[in-house]
Design a protein around this ligand. Structure first.
Ligand code: APR
Length: 251
């Protein structure tokens, strides 16, 4: 923990990469865990591809409405607040997340790149015209829900998340890659490092001379790239890391 605090203290530019494990302690199920109850009989390909949406827009839209309700009811854990505090302690900090739950923004982190999009943004399926979130219907129960139509082109409105087989959003991806190459320290939290292309970021940071710190209770594909591994859950490790950093500053 002290070595990690030292690396962060010496860094002007810090990149934090977060994955599904970051939200585990807030009770947000990972993609596969979310296939429970009414949704347990479906494959991800039946719920998270454009083809699935075109085949059965109400089913897919209803599943995303259900996930939105779970996320809205979730409380960001202390690790989220620790990253807000960390943003104030280092000159330049950016969070790049694979999560679509929006918790980093909700808790007040200011620079957040959402590589896989957001459950709370919408666009139409044909032209990706943006659609206002407050005009989206929210069904009360776990049920299929007919999506609204785009007022410009008439195609169905979909969640602005990256589905299987889709490209990552170009601008945020380019920015994340540049930041990984330019940071002096990278903190990788709660990601298995199995999902490409986000899994490349720690390797880019390491190759360009950054110190890579991993926070995860289990060894992962990222561990080989990490100089320092803080083995434990984000909700405990991130506040401890910030405490070590501030203690070091006052002595
Ligand atoms: N704190 C930190 N890490 C944790 C915690 C915790 N409390 N609990 C679990 N983890 C770790 C696990 O050990 C695992 O390494 O979080 C990681 C979660 O890995 P994945 O579920 O593979 O999540 P991620 O790497 O974000 O990839 C999932 O795949 O389905 C797509 O787009 C979807 O973004 C999602 C991605």
């Amino acid at each position: 923990m002290r070595a990690a605090a030292r690396a962060l203290r010496g860094a002007r530019r810090v990149l934090v990469a977060t994955g599904a494990g970051m939200s585990r302690e807030s009770g947000i199920p990972t993609f596969r865990d979310a296939l429970t109850g009414l949704w347990a009989r479906y494959d991800p390909e039946e719920l998270a591809t454009e083809a699935a949406f075109r085949r059965n827009p109400a089913r897919v839209f209803g599943w995303y409405a259900w996930r939105r309700r779970l996320v809205r009811a979730a409380e960001p854990h202390p690790g989220y607040h620790a990253l807000v505090a960390l943003e104030r302690l280092v000159p330049e900090l950016v969070i790049v997340t694979q999560n679509v739950d929006g918790l980093h923004r909700r808790v007040g982190s200011r620079r957040v790149l959402e590589l896989h999009g957001s459950l709370e943004r919408f666009s139409c399926v044909d032209a990706r015209h943006p659609f206002p979130a407050d005009a989206v219907p929210e069904p009360a129960a776990d049920a299929a829900c007919e999506p609204p139509r785009c007022p410009r082109c008439g195609s169905a409105v979909r969640p602005d998340v990256v589905w299987f087989g889709e490209m990552l959003p170009e601008r945020v991806t380019a920015e994340a890659w540049d930041l990984a190459a330019a940071c002096q320290a990278m903190l990788v939290v709660g990601t298995s490092g199995l999902v490409q292309p986000a899994a490349q970021l720690p390797y880019i940071a390491r190759d360009t001379g950054a110190t890579v710190i991993e926070v995860n209770p289990d060894p992962t594909e990222v561990s080989a790239a990490a100089h320092i591994v803080c083995s434990g859950p984000a909700g405990a490790m991130l506040p401890a890391l910030v405490a070590a950093l501030t203690e070091g500053e006052s002595t």
